[in-house]
Design a protein around this ligand. Structure first.
Ligand code: ADP
Ligand code: ZN
Length: 435
């Protein structure tokens, strides 16, 4: 059996890891100065690879933002001649114009290594049958997992997104043991299994889900695990940092190890841009230290998380970040209160009478902001049992108010009535912005 436990790197002593990071950072700065964008930034700030003598020197470098990537679209951040670039990916453009990321062959090999390392960490082996339900094409979840799983040696099924019945046929026919799947799509797939009268626990070989690419709560993970009888591990990535494989839960399921031989991690206060005290939530800022074609220095991801400071019982020394809270752009400000969709999800998922699909609408009624939370009922509850529905809705409203500090309108709707996306779930509509 092929081993993919890179023990020397994954359990490296922190001081050795920091030494490695410093060396790689120096090399990265040198490499980045070939790119038109960084050439200009470094010249303006009088910086060069010589500015790096320790990790702390990174703080002297300015941040890179998504806007810089857009402004220098498509090749202004390329640090190699374009003939050395063998692949171009683009972000899915959830929050605006797309940006591109370039890879040399070495970059692709390293990325596959990162993903294989993550998969091995959650117990996947070359004996597994791994079905990837990500969109292929520009979206990095497709090819990223494909090459990682192949590197691990698993039989890899590039099923791609959507067509649930076809996915299920593959799962049954090929004896699929593991899926890479969006959490929102996992809940949809569970429903289709049910419609087809297939008992996932008895009739399939599924044991492991890699779930990610969108925010989801611990409660949603638990539901997926219970419904499908699998272990579901949180995987985090973004196209600017290659894609999947940046950070991944280990078997402890308590935070995601972020591979510090690939990135230098900072968590900063998004307003002051100063480091947050350990354990406090701030913006994740990442510097690639093992990439040729397109190094990124202090890239502001806009994703919010915190460090988990306790050492991990699994023995890996690379730090862990907490489940992602969402992006700073996901935050809704309603009646002056800051709310993340995931806070609402966390409450809803605790009600067994509720299904897993929900939708939040914010509107202006009179002069006031109003929030409406529509949520699908589970199949087991009768839609005409008014007394039960009323008390359920009252209890949901009460718990939501405790969590988000304002009272939303709660609407319980029949299963299958809310929109269901095949890509990343769209959970919020803010009609205020349309006025
Ligand atoms: P886009 O930025 O256009 O959505 P990407 O596919 O690069 O395109 O998406 C990356 C983003 O997806 C991350 O920055 C993060 O906000 C979100 N994301 C990815 N994985 C997770 C995860 N496990 N938990 C929460 N959010 C995630
Ligand atoms: Zn661990």
């Amino acid at each position: 059996m092929k081993e993919y436990w890179q023990k020397d790197l994954e359990t490296m002593h922190r001081s050795d890891l920091e030494k490695l990071q410093t060396e790689r950072l120096k090399k990265t700065i040198e490499q980045a100065s070939n790119a038109p964008f960084y050439k200009k930034v470094f010249a303006e700030n009088n910086l060069s690879a010589d500015s790096i003598t320790s990790l702390a020197d990174l703080q002297r470098f300015p941040f890179t933002t998504k806007n810089d990537l857009r402004e220098y679209y498509p090749f202004g951040l390329s640090a190699v001649p374009l003939k050395e670039v063998v692949r171009l990916h683009s972000s899915s453009g959830t929050t605006g114009n797309p940006t591109v990321v370039l890879h040399t062959q070495r970059d692709l090999d390293e990325w596959a290594n990162q993903v294989a390392r993550c998969m091995y960490m959650v117990g996947l082996r070359d004996t597994d049958v791994f079905q990837n339900t990500s969109g292929y094409g520009m979206f990095t979840g497709g090819l990223g997992f494909q090459y990682g799983a192949e590197r691990l040696g698993a039989m890899t099924v590039p099923a791609a997104a959507g067509n649930s019945r076809r996915q299920i046929k593959f799962i049954m026919d090929f004896g699929t043991t593991a899926l890479h799947i969006l959490p929102s799509y996992a809940t949809r797939l569970a429903e289709v299994f049910q419609e087809l009268g297939i008992d996932v626990k008895k009739d399939t070989q599924l044991t492991t889900f890699c779930i990610g690419a969108e925010p989801h709560s611990e409660e949603q993970r638990k539901r997926i695990e219970q419904l499908l009888g699998v272990k579901a591990y949180n995987c985090f990535g973004m196209s600017e940092m290659n894609g999947p494989g940046v950070a991944f839960e280990c078997k402890e399921q308590n935070g995601l190890h972020i591979w510090e031989d690939y990135v230098i991690v900072e968590i900063l206060d998004p307003d002051t841009l100063q480091p947050m005290p350990d354990g406090e939530v701030g913006e994740l800022v990442l510097t690639t230290i093992n990439r040729e074609a397109m190094p990124l220095i202090r890239y502001r991801t806009r994703d919010l998380t915190c460090f988990i400071t306790e050492p991990c019982p699994c023995g890996r020394t690379h730090r862990k970040i907490a489940r992602l809270k969402g992006r700073s752009d996901d935050m809704m400000i309603v009646k002056g209160v800051n709310i993340f969709p995931i806070q609402i999800e966390k409450i809803l998922m605790n009600f067994k009478d509720l299904g897993m699909n929900y939708f939040i609408t914010i509107d202006t009624i009179g002069n006031n902001d109003e929030m409406t939370v529509e949520v699908e009922l589970s199949e087991d509850i009768q839609i005409d049992d008014y007394a039960r529905l009323q008390s359920l809705s009252r209890e949901i409203t009460r718990q939501l108010k405790d969590e988000i500090l304002l009272t939303p309108n709660v609407k319980l709707v029949e299963k299958g009535t809310l929109p269901q996306s095949e890509g990343k779930a769209v959970r919020v509509k803010d009609l205020r912005k349309l006025i």
